[in-house]
Design a protein around this ligand. Sequence first.
Ligand SMILES: Cc1ncc(COP(=O)(O)O)c(C=O)c1O
Length: 461
Amino acid sequence: MPLSNLAFRDIETVVHPYTNLATLRDTGSLVLERGQGIYVYDSDGKAYIEGMAGLWCTALGYGNEELVEAAAGQMRKLSFAHLFSAKSHDPAIELAETLKELAPVPISKVFFCSSGSEANDTQVKLIWYMNNALGRPKKKKIISRIKGYHGVTVASASLTGLPNNHIDFDLPIAGILHTGCPHHYRFAQAGETEEEFATRLAAELEALIETEGPDTVAAFIAEPVMGAGGVIVPPRTYFEKIMAVCTRHDVYMIADEVICGFGRLGHWFGSQALGFRPDGISVAKALSSAYVPIAGTMINETMYQALVTESQKIGTFGHGFTYSGHPVAAAVALKTLEIYRRDRVIEACAAKAPQFQARLSALADHPLVGEARGLGLVGGIELVADKPTKQSFDPKKGVAAYCVRAAEQNGLIVRFISGDVISICPPLIISAAEIDDMFDRLGRALDQTLDWAKREQLLAA
Ligand SMILES: Cc1ncc(COP(=O)(O)O)c(C=O)c1O
């Protein structure tokens, strides 16, 4: 198909994140123009179910007038104010209060920023700063997990455990270590139960800490359910065992709630769904339903006291972004949280999850699907060339990419992520009928992909 004028201009002007920039020159991009509810519309007027809530973030869908009004009202009142040098403003104060109230563990303070990457980068810097304040300057290493996703700034990309975020970016930086990925389907040993697998992963983490020296390991960071690494739900008992290891070695535990926070798993926070109590929390995305960028690094009292001590010693707490706690973003986030509470969005999510998960699980019967997995209103389906042996497709064949394009032909936006996994993560406001429609469309896309894969002889014989 010839490229539209917009698609052509796009190629000549925009560097696209997470895109093969060479093939983009031939294919062009899908140019979206507007959105309403769970639907977005392209520049030709074609409607799509936004089955990925943008990038796991547009929880309240599109065209929410209350959020638009919250932004416009704040822009009229005070369009910008910062939090540097002992300045503050109402929306930031109220938002921090609300987050403390909602937090699943005692949170002392919230540091605001604009993205998940910044929130996790801040976590790293604060850990280092805290341990200097506590007089243990050697305790600085941070452990994350293979396939974990924590963002793309230098420290966050180092935490991320995916090759594409490291190769030729000269990452990870020193002092960031990766431990095993809690994906039973791919990494359990033959005959290993979920509990046994969890026990082994916790033992591996402990062995890593002991080999490095517990006096050098400062923190551990994990998403409750891994998102971009493949929508990976950890095995039963995983977090309780991991937490015990962290506690034993005085390792500060950070929950990266950038995807799981605010209802995605049917609870306010993913750590509640998975049953663990972190020391610190990163939030972003659904915090404002992605109407404006805002994120937060939520810290405990020990961390806060250390920041006070250090800044007293140095003369200032030398960290902060121009847009830390931007009043417009804070006002929109406050309105978003108000809507979640008032409309019982989180409870509604929990109520819709069984239907979503039943439709997801049913896809496991499809000849292309090796595993269908998820929790709450997020799911992933892993496409394989051979179900019994779990043999993957040759990545160069682009099977998941084909499926994503087929879904788009069927009016559904989904994404392919690491390892031929198709991810599904609709706006939380999706209705029961829309969930069925979404999975019907995905089923048709899978069938079309299967026909193509057979024609191309990509399936194992
Ligand atoms: C769990 C998690 N952490 C951090 C990030 C990074 O957020 P951002 O892209 O806003 O920097 C993401 C983004 O998808 C994420 O899923």
